[in-house]
Design a protein around this ligand. Structure first.
Ligand code: SF4
Length: 317
């Protein structure tokens, strides 16, 4: 089973400063079905639970972590444990990470930074553990539980996790050039829906006009693939992919069917129907005309359908 790292309190473990948990329903009820969740809580290891709250404070233009009441600088120990746990995470070969928002340790962005004198706090900090993870895993799919409530971010995140798993397993299989071509072919439209620039770059790597050695090609491909899937898709790029796919069988179907198909694609673009409705129609023709090339496209089937991520109109913008 694929592994995802998660801030432990999101599982409901009572490891927060006040002895409570922060159970997240989506993480526990949905994601747990598909992924093995590896829990991490840096603070409980060094400070125990319950404990005094800590916060990020700006001192002489650098951000330190201080205990709130006793005003002790605990940056070195929190940094040390964050680095150690992030090193451990690297060995787990994770496909993604879900972090607890707002925490001075786990927050991915917009963590409150306090000023030592009575000035208002500013939401611009990054948690120490989140930072340590990002340094080691520059393209690991990472999100916060709160952001995953947004259908668009959730769809992008899950698509990225499954593609991340796909490339990791593929690279471990020590592929030959022929297999790289097949892998790339199956991801073409998914990549296109993320970035046309990445689509071109990856296509050029696989074309190998410079006659690079295989090892070099695989290394560059891996890197560029991670960059490609780290980008967010949007309606207009997805719309273009739908039109491309439609192009494969438009000459094979009746005028009525064409109109029906094109209306569905336009309605998706206008935000009237969800993507899944269009994909269902496309898949009907892919099956009817036995289009092997399209059948293999990850874009048409990027993750388990039960996740229902493309059923939400708000999943695309
Ligand atoms: S936010 Fe991070 S450090 Fe804080 S309780 Fe949750 S897992 Fe532990």
């Amino acid at each position: 089973m694929m592994k995802i790292g998660v801030s432990e309190c999101l599982l409901g473990t009572q490891c927060r400063y006040d002895g409570t948990g922060a159970k997240d329903k989506y993480v526990v009820n949905v994601l747990q079905k598909y992924f093995e969740l590896e829990a991490y809580c840096p603070e409980k290891i060094i400070f125990g639970t319950p404990r005094e709250t800590i916060r990020q404070v700006e001192v002489n233009n650098t951000i330190e972590i201080h205990t709130h009441q006793t005003k002790k600088n605990v940056t070195p120990e929190l940094e040390k444990i964050s680095n150690e746990l992030a090193d451990e995470a690297l060995e787990e070969e994770l496909c993604g990470f879900i972090l607890k928002s707002k925490s001075p340790t786990c927050g991915m962005e917009r963590v409150k930074v306090y000023q030592p004198v009575n000035a208002p706090s500013e939401k611009r900090g990054v948690g120490l553990f989140a930072k340590a993870l990002r340094e080691r895993y520059p393209y690991l799919p990472m999100e916060e539980e709160g952001r995953l409530e947004d259908a668009w971010l959730r769809e992008n995140f899950l698509m990225q996790i499954f593609a991340y798993k796909g490339i990791s397993e593929f690279m471990r299989s020590k592929p030959k050039m022929k297999e790289l071509v097949a892998f790339h072919t199956s991801y073409k439209y998914l990549i296109y829906s993320k970035s046309t620039v990445s689509y071109k770059i990856l296509g050029n790597i696989v074309a190998n006009n410079k006659q690079q050695p295989l090892e070099e090609i695989l290394k560059t491909y891996h890197q560029e693939f991670l960059i490609a899937i780290n980008q967010k898709g949007n309606i207009s790029k997805t719309y273009n992919v739908l039109l491309h796919i439609y192009g494969y069988f438009k000459k094979l179907i009746s005028a009525d069917e064409k109109e029906h198909m094109l209306t569905a694609i336009e309605e998706f673009k206008e935000g009237i129907i969800p993507l899944i409705a269009v994909i269902k129609l496309l898949n009907l023709y892919v099956k009817r005309f036995e289009m092997g090339y399209l059948k293999e496209q990850k874009f048409l089937n990027p993750y388990p359908a039960e996740l229902g991520l493309r059923s939400d109109i708000k999943a695309f913008k």
